[in-house]
Design a protein around this ligand. Structure first.
Ligand SMILES: NC(=O)c1ccc[n+]([C@@H]2O[C@H](COP(=O)([O-])OP(=O)(O)OC[C@H]3O[C@@H](n4cnc5c(N)ncnc54)[C@H](O)[C@@H]3O)[C@@H](O)[C@H]2O)c1
Length: 438
């Protein structure tokens, strides 16, 4: 079994580290944020991710998983080092790889034996060369390493399942030795006949961006189809069903909504588009997906205004759902941010509720009125908006909802409420790409 160090203990690093330790390897998860490591050492999980607590506990108790802020020591003791730090968007649209570069320098300085250096962070095509260069510049003579790109495809909300049962594992390795070591790391998956795709580094880096951008494109496409459905009286859900039953298309990522958010699609599409322009091969489809997504977010704000029949000044709006998707506490680039900001900008008030993400959103909107249930968030409001399709909103008691709201106006940006029931109880409502009762 290998000694593995994962640098960066966020959504990807923590899930990957815990998952790899579950394969039987000895894993150290390292991060520079002391408070995060302290929590983990105390048996607490800093993020919300179904099944993660159990996975971490199991492997900590088995003595295979530990946490540290001593990044240098963690590098020295490892056979394989995974880089899983953040790569947020820069002001110019490119991915900011400064954290990756900083880790590469530390790896160079602490390269005391042959190691495989493996990047899991999503990095622009060509970053592998930069990382290798930085390691070489910082290492003492005789240091030896191989470089691998191993992009991660897990989805927040089902990250543990996605990591342990992936559709495929992409390993971009230019040396057979490194590829074989990586195969050993993933051996338990390999035994289960999960396909391992061996590519060169640039191809592996490209696969990640091409896959994410394609999924974003699919979402923007169905959102535009939904908008046209509204104009012609079609139902986007049946359209999506009819499309998805075609095996060439598949039903995944054909759900209309308020525009994609999260920590990946917005920044990865921007980085991909920016890189393509830089290389003189602009990707017009991705530019269009980004533009459509921005328009979709604004469109939701306009829909709410139409429903209310005025701007937001003096109005109180209940916002249900803050996370960018259900089963996560991640609010990065969530569509709810633009909705809330627009309401506040026009002098409206917001009562917000998310089953898990109230705390995360406090980092963005410090003074918002955060409530502990949907009933509280809808009490006395002029309108209610569903921004995230949490299960508890799907089953909400509409009779009760009507009773607590000041005015029965509902904007369901996730199309999770029954239109028949909304009509039956006398709501005026709107949604995305379906029948509207205004
Ligand atoms: N979140 C996802 O669903 C997802 C899925 C696939 C790929 N990715 C990619 O994986 C990467 C990580 O994403 P994330 O969502 O886990 O990010 P995150 O922000 O949740 O976690 C990053 C962690 O890296 C730590 N870090 C930063 N600099 C460090 C350093 N020098 N040394 C040690 N630790 C350091 C931070 O403290 C933080 O805990 C990104 O490139 C992202 O695009 C994310």
């Amino acid at each position: 079994m290998k000694k593995i160090t994962v640098i960066g203990t966020g959504y990807v690093g923590l899930v990957s580290g815990a998952g790899i330790s579950d394969f039987g390897h000895h894993v150290t998860c390292a991060d520079i944020i002391e408070s995060k490591i302290r929590l983990l050492k105390n048996g607490e999980i800093p993020i919300y991710e179904p099944g993660l607590h159990e996975l971490v506990d199991r492997n900590v108790n088995a003595g295979r998983l530990s946490f540290t802020t001593k990044v240098d020591e963690a590098i020295q003791q490892a056979d394989v080092i995974f880089i899983a730090v953040g790569t947020p968007q820069s002001d110019n649209g490119e991915a900011n790889i400064s954290a990756v570069e900083s880790v590469a320098k530390s790896i160079g300085k602490n390269l005391n034996s042959y190691k495989v250096i493996c990047t899991k962070s999503t990095v622009p095509i060509g970053t592998g060369n930069i990382i290798c260069e930085l390691i070489r510049e910082n290492m003492v003579d005789g240091g030896e390493f191989d470089y691998v790109s191993n992009p991660e495809f897990l989805r927040e909300g089902s990250a543990v399942k996605d990591f342990l049962w992936p559709d495929r594992v992409v390993i971009g390795a230019s040396s057979t030795k490194a590829f074989n070591i990586m195969q050993d790391v993933y051996r338990p998956l390999y035994v289960n006949e999960k396909p391992i795709l061996h590519t060169n580094v640039a191809t592996a880096e490209m696969i990640k961006y091409a896959a994410n951008a394609f999924l974003a494109l699919k979402i923007s496409y169905i959102n535009e189809v939904a908008n046209l459905c509204e104009a012609v009286g079609a139902d986007v859900h049946l359209v999506a069903k009819g499309m998805g039953q075609d095996g060439r298309i598949s039903s995944k990522f054909l759900h209309p909504g308020p525009g994609f958010g999260g920590s990946c699609f917005p920044k990865d599409t921007q980085a991909f588009a920016t890189l393509s322009r830089k290389k003189g091969v602009p990707m017009n489809t991705i530019d269009a997906a980004i533009t459509t997504n921005n328009i979709q977010k604004t469109r939701m704000v306009e829909k709410l205004k139409n429903l209310i029949g005025s701007d937001f000044s003096g109005k109180t709006i209940g916002i249900l759902g803050l996370a960018f998707k259900p089963n996560t506490d991640d609010v990065r680039e969530s569509s709810s941010i633009e909705m809330i900001q627009s309401i506040l900008d026009e002098g409206g008030k917001v009562k917000a509720y998310d089953p898990i993400a109230n705390k995360s959103m406090q980092n963005i909107f410090t003074d918002l009125n955060y409530l502990h249930s949907w009933e509280e968030a809808c009490d006395g409001v002029d309108a209610m908006v569903i921004m995230t399709e949490w299960n508890e909103f799907r089953g909400m008691n509409l009779k009760k909802l009507k009773k607590v709201m000041k005015t029965p106006l509902v904007l369901d940006t996730r199309n999770i409420l029954s239109m028949d029931k909304l009509s039956e109880y006398g709501f005026q409502f709107d949604n995305v790409g379906r029948k509207t009762v205004l």
